[in-house]
Design a protein around this ligand. Structure first.
Ligand code: ADP
Ligand code: MG
Length: 234
Protein backbone atom coordinates (compact mmCIF):
# COMPACT_ATOMS: atom_id res chain seq x y z
CA UNK A 1 0.00 0.00 0.00
CA UNK A 2 2.82 2.41 0.91
CA UNK A 3 4.55 1.41 -2.29
CA UNK A 4 1.44 2.13 -4.32
CA UNK A 5 1.22 5.55 -2.69
CA UNK A 6 4.84 6.28 -3.44
CA UNK A 7 4.26 5.31 -7.05
CA UNK A 8 1.20 7.54 -7.22
CA UNK A 9 3.32 10.47 -5.99
CA UNK A 10 6.06 9.65 -8.48
CA UNK A 11 3.48 9.57 -11.23
CA UNK A 12 2.03 12.90 -10.16
CA UNK A 13 5.47 14.54 -10.23
CA UNK A 14 6.35 12.97 -13.56
CA UNK A 15 2.95 14.01 -14.81
CA UNK A 16 3.36 17.70 -14.04
CA UNK A 17 6.66 17.91 -15.88
CA UNK A 18 5.64 15.81 -18.83
CA UNK A 19 2.36 17.66 -19.33
CA UNK A 20 4.46 20.72 -20.16
CA UNK A 21 6.80 18.82 -22.47
CA UNK A 22 4.03 17.00 -24.25
CA UNK A 23 2.27 20.27 -24.78
CA UNK A 24 5.37 21.67 -26.49
CA UNK A 25 6.10 18.56 -28.54
CA UNK A 26 2.70 17.45 -29.74
CA UNK A 27 1.90 19.98 -32.44
CA UNK A 28 5.30 20.08 -34.15
CA UNK A 29 5.33 16.29 -34.04
CA UNK A 30 2.03 15.97 -35.80
CA UNK A 31 3.19 18.49 -38.40
CA UNK A 32 6.42 16.53 -38.95
CA UNK A 33 4.42 13.35 -39.36
CA UNK A 34 2.14 14.94 -41.93
CA UNK A 35 5.01 16.39 -43.93
CA UNK A 36 6.93 13.14 -43.92
CA UNK A 37 3.86 11.41 -45.28
CA UNK A 38 3.67 13.95 -48.10
CA UNK A 39 7.38 13.49 -48.77
CA UNK A 40 6.90 9.74 -48.91
CA UNK A 41 4.25 10.15 -51.57
CA UNK A 42 6.52 12.53 -53.47
CA UNK A 43 9.46 10.13 -53.29
CA UNK A 44 7.30 7.24 -54.43
CA UNK A 45 6.62 9.00 -57.74
CA UNK A 46 9.86 11.00 -58.12
CA UNK A 47 12.48 10.19 -60.76
CA UNK A 48 15.98 9.61 -59.46
CA UNK A 49 19.43 9.52 -61.09
CA UNK A 50 19.91 6.02 -59.89
CA UNK A 51 17.81 3.47 -58.13
CA UNK A 52 20.35 3.57 -55.27
CA UNK A 53 19.33 7.12 -54.49
CA UNK A 54 15.67 6.18 -54.61
CA UNK A 55 16.18 3.26 -52.26
CA UNK A 56 18.21 5.37 -49.90
CA UNK A 57 15.59 8.12 -49.84
CA UNK A 58 12.87 5.60 -49.07
CA UNK A 59 14.88 4.02 -46.30
CA UNK A 60 15.65 7.36 -44.70
CA UNK A 61 12.02 8.37 -44.81
CA UNK A 62 10.84 5.12 -43.37
CA UNK A 63 13.31 5.52 -40.49
CA UNK A 64 11.88 8.98 -39.82
CA UNK A 65 8.32 7.66 -39.95
CA UNK A 66 9.20 4.94 -37.53
CA UNK A 67 10.63 7.41 -35.02
CA UNK A 68 7.72 9.81 -35.43
CA UNK A 69 5.30 6.96 -34.69
CA UNK A 70 7.29 6.00 -31.64
CA UNK A 71 7.41 9.57 -30.34
CA UNK A 72 3.71 10.00 -30.92
CA UNK A 73 3.13 6.85 -28.92
CA UNK A 74 5.34 8.03 -26.08
CA UNK A 75 3.80 11.48 -25.88
CA UNK A 76 0.32 9.96 -25.78
CA UNK A 77 1.38 7.75 -22.89
CA UNK A 78 2.91 10.71 -21.07
CA UNK A 79 -0.24 12.69 -21.54
CA UNK A 80 -2.28 9.84 -20.14
CA UNK A 81 -0.06 9.86 -17.07
CA UNK A 82 -0.08 13.61 -16.76
CA UNK A 83 -3.85 13.89 -16.91
CA UNK A 84 -5.15 10.53 -15.86
CA UNK A 85 -8.70 10.75 -17.11
CA UNK A 86 -11.23 9.78 -14.48
CA UNK A 87 -12.58 6.48 -15.76
CA UNK A 88 -15.99 6.71 -17.33
CA UNK A 89 -17.44 3.61 -15.69
CA UNK A 90 -19.99 1.52 -17.52
CA UNK A 91 -20.96 -2.13 -17.20
CA UNK A 92 -18.72 -3.88 -19.72
CA UNK A 93 -18.48 -7.41 -20.99
CA UNK A 94 -14.77 -7.90 -20.43
CA UNK A 95 -14.63 -10.93 -22.72
CA UNK A 96 -15.90 -8.75 -25.59
CA UNK A 97 -13.27 -6.12 -24.82
CA UNK A 98 -10.58 -8.81 -24.76
CA UNK A 99 -11.80 -10.29 -28.04
CA UNK A 100 -11.68 -6.83 -29.60
CA UNK A 101 -8.08 -6.31 -28.52
CA UNK A 102 -7.12 -9.84 -29.58
CA UNK A 103 -8.63 -9.27 -33.03
CA UNK A 104 -6.73 -6.02 -33.29
CA UNK A 105 -3.38 -7.64 -32.41
CA UNK A 106 -3.89 -11.09 -33.91
CA UNK A 107 -1.94 -10.50 -37.10
CA UNK A 108 1.01 -9.04 -35.22
CA UNK A 109 1.01 -12.01 -32.83
CA UNK A 110 0.75 -14.60 -35.58
CA UNK A 111 3.61 -12.96 -37.44
CA UNK A 112 5.69 -13.19 -34.24
CA UNK A 113 4.98 -16.92 -34.02
CA UNK A 114 2.75 -16.55 -30.97
CA UNK A 115 -0.09 -19.01 -30.51
CA UNK A 116 -3.07 -17.45 -28.75
CA UNK A 117 -5.13 -19.50 -26.29
CA UNK A 118 -8.43 -18.00 -25.18
CA UNK A 119 -9.87 -19.43 -22.00
CA UNK A 120 -12.90 -17.39 -20.91
CA UNK A 121 -15.09 -18.73 -18.12
CA UNK A 122 -18.66 -19.11 -19.39
CA UNK A 123 -20.92 -16.46 -17.88
CA UNK A 124 -18.08 -14.17 -16.82
CA UNK A 125 -19.98 -11.30 -15.15
CA UNK A 126 -19.81 -7.75 -16.43
CA UNK A 127 -17.33 -5.37 -14.83
CA UNK A 128 -17.55 -1.65 -14.12
CA UNK A 129 -14.96 -0.13 -16.38
CA UNK A 130 -13.93 2.50 -18.88
CA UNK A 131 -13.72 0.55 -22.11
CA UNK A 132 -11.06 2.74 -23.75
CA UNK A 133 -8.81 2.57 -20.71
CA UNK A 134 -9.27 -1.20 -20.42
CA UNK A 135 -8.27 -1.61 -24.05
CA UNK A 136 -5.16 0.43 -23.34
CA UNK A 137 -4.24 -1.89 -20.46
CA UNK A 138 -4.73 -5.07 -22.50
CA UNK A 139 -2.80 -3.63 -25.44
CA UNK A 140 0.11 -2.85 -23.11
CA UNK A 141 0.06 -6.36 -21.61
CA UNK A 142 -0.21 -8.10 -24.99
CA UNK A 143 2.55 -6.00 -26.46
CA UNK A 144 4.86 -6.77 -23.54
CA UNK A 145 4.13 -10.48 -23.89
CA UNK A 146 4.88 -10.42 -27.59
CA UNK A 147 8.12 -8.57 -26.94
CA UNK A 148 9.05 -11.17 -24.32
CA UNK A 149 8.67 -13.98 -26.90
CA UNK A 150 11.06 -12.98 -29.69
CA UNK A 151 11.10 -16.50 -31.09
CA UNK A 152 7.43 -17.20 -30.58
CA UNK A 153 5.53 -19.00 -27.83
CA UNK A 154 2.09 -19.22 -26.31
CA UNK A 155 -0.09 -16.45 -24.97
CA UNK A 156 -2.98 -17.50 -22.76
CA UNK A 157 -5.73 -15.04 -21.92
CA UNK A 158 -8.21 -16.26 -19.32
CA UNK A 159 -11.11 -14.84 -17.33
CA UNK A 160 -12.75 -16.13 -14.16
CA UNK A 161 -15.19 -14.77 -11.58
CA UNK A 162 -13.62 -14.27 -8.12
CA UNK A 163 -15.59 -13.08 -5.08
CA UNK A 164 -17.26 -9.99 -6.51
CA UNK A 165 -14.42 -9.38 -8.94
CA UNK A 166 -13.51 -10.64 -12.36
CA UNK A 167 -9.97 -11.90 -12.70
CA UNK A 168 -8.16 -11.75 -16.02
CA UNK A 169 -4.84 -13.51 -16.47
CA UNK A 170 -2.45 -12.87 -19.32
CA UNK A 171 0.22 -15.55 -19.39
CA UNK A 172 3.15 -15.84 -21.76
CA UNK A 173 5.90 -18.38 -22.29
CA UNK A 174 8.49 -15.66 -22.82
CA UNK A 175 11.82 -14.71 -21.31
CA UNK A 176 10.38 -13.95 -17.91
CA UNK A 177 12.13 -11.39 -15.74
CA UNK A 178 14.80 -11.10 -13.14
CA UNK A 179 14.04 -10.45 -9.48
CA UNK A 180 15.37 -6.93 -10.04
CA UNK A 181 12.92 -6.30 -12.89
CA UNK A 182 10.07 -7.75 -10.83
CA UNK A 183 10.76 -5.20 -8.11
CA UNK A 184 10.68 -2.20 -10.45
CA UNK A 185 8.40 -3.07 -13.33
CA UNK A 186 5.50 -0.84 -12.26
CA UNK A 187 7.72 2.22 -11.77
CA UNK A 188 7.49 4.89 -14.44
CA UNK A 189 10.49 4.78 -16.80
CA UNK A 190 11.69 1.36 -15.70
CA UNK A 191 12.54 -0.51 -18.87
CA UNK A 192 14.97 -3.23 -19.93
CA UNK A 193 14.26 -2.64 -23.62
CA UNK A 194 16.25 -0.62 -26.06
CA UNK A 195 13.87 2.15 -27.02
CA UNK A 196 11.39 1.15 -24.31
CA UNK A 197 9.44 3.87 -22.51
CA UNK A 198 8.91 2.09 -19.22
CA UNK A 199 5.46 3.66 -19.09
CA UNK A 200 3.14 0.83 -20.20
CA UNK A 201 2.85 -0.92 -16.86
CA UNK A 202 2.95 2.26 -14.76
CA UNK A 203 0.01 3.61 -16.74
CA UNK A 204 -1.79 0.25 -16.66
CA UNK A 205 -1.50 -0.07 -12.91
CA UNK A 206 -2.68 3.49 -12.43
CA UNK A 207 -5.72 2.80 -14.60
CA UNK A 208 -6.62 -0.32 -12.62
CA UNK A 209 -6.24 1.43 -9.28
CA UNK A 210 -8.54 4.21 -10.48
CA UNK A 211 -11.07 1.45 -11.23
CA UNK A 212 -10.79 0.03 -7.73
CA UNK A 213 -9.03 -2.98 -9.21
CA UNK A 214 -5.48 -4.26 -9.20
CA UNK A 215 -2.68 -5.53 -11.40
CA UNK A 216 0.01 -7.91 -10.22
CA UNK A 217 2.68 -10.05 -11.76
CA UNK A 218 4.39 -13.40 -11.33
CA UNK A 219 7.37 -14.35 -13.41
CA UNK A 220 9.96 -17.07 -13.70
CA UNK A 221 13.11 -16.24 -15.66
CA UNK A 222 13.36 -18.40 -18.75
CA UNK A 223 9.82 -19.74 -18.35
CA UNK A 224 7.39 -16.91 -18.66
CA UNK A 225 5.28 -14.28 -17.02
CA UNK A 226 1.72 -14.03 -15.78
CA UNK A 227 -0.12 -10.78 -15.17
CA UNK A 228 -3.22 -10.99 -12.99
CA UNK A 229 -5.76 -8.24 -13.27
CA UNK A 230 -8.83 -7.75 -11.09
CA UNK A 231 -11.85 -5.57 -11.64
CA UNK A 232 -14.99 -5.19 -9.56
CA UNK A 233 -18.16 -6.67 -11.03
CA UNK A 234 -20.84 -4.30 -12.27
P1 ADP B 1 8.46 -1.04 -21.73
O1 ADP B 1 7.66 -2.12 -22.40
O2 ADP B 1 8.48 0.22 -22.50
O3 ADP B 1 9.84 -1.48 -21.31
P2 ADP B 1 6.62 -1.47 -19.53
O4 ADP B 1 6.18 -0.60 -18.41
O5 ADP B 1 5.56 -1.97 -20.44
O6 ADP B 1 7.70 -0.65 -20.35
O7 ADP B 1 7.43 -2.72 -18.95
C1 ADP B 1 8.51 -2.48 -18.07
C2 ADP B 1 9.47 -3.65 -18.05
O8 ADP B 1 8.86 -4.79 -17.43
C3 ADP B 1 9.92 -4.14 -19.40
O9 ADP B 1 11.02 -3.40 -19.91
C4 ADP B 1 10.34 -5.59 -19.10
O10 ADP B 1 11.63 -5.65 -18.52
C5 ADP B 1 9.35 -5.98 -18.02
N1 ADP B 1 8.22 -6.75 -18.57
C6 ADP B 1 6.96 -6.31 -18.75
N2 ADP B 1 6.15 -7.27 -19.24
C7 ADP B 1 6.92 -8.37 -19.39
C8 ADP B 1 6.68 -9.72 -19.85
N3 ADP B 1 5.46 -10.11 -20.26
N4 ADP B 1 7.72 -10.58 -19.83
C9 ADP B 1 8.95 -10.19 -19.42
N5 ADP B 1 9.24 -8.95 -18.97
C10 ADP B 1 8.25 -8.04 -18.95
MG1 MG C 1 5.57 -2.09 -22.60
Amino acid sequence: QAEALMRAEQLAAVGRISAQIVHEVRNPLSSIGLNVELLQDAVATARFDSSDTATEARELLSAVTHEVDRLTDVTEQYLRMARPARPDLEPEDITAVLDGVLDFTREELVRAGVEVVRDFAPGTPRVLADQGQLRQVFLNLLRNSREAMPSGGRLTVATAPREGDVEVTVRDTGNGMTEEARRHLFEPFFTTKEGGTGLGLAVSQQILQAHGGSLSCQSIPGQGTTFVLRLPCA
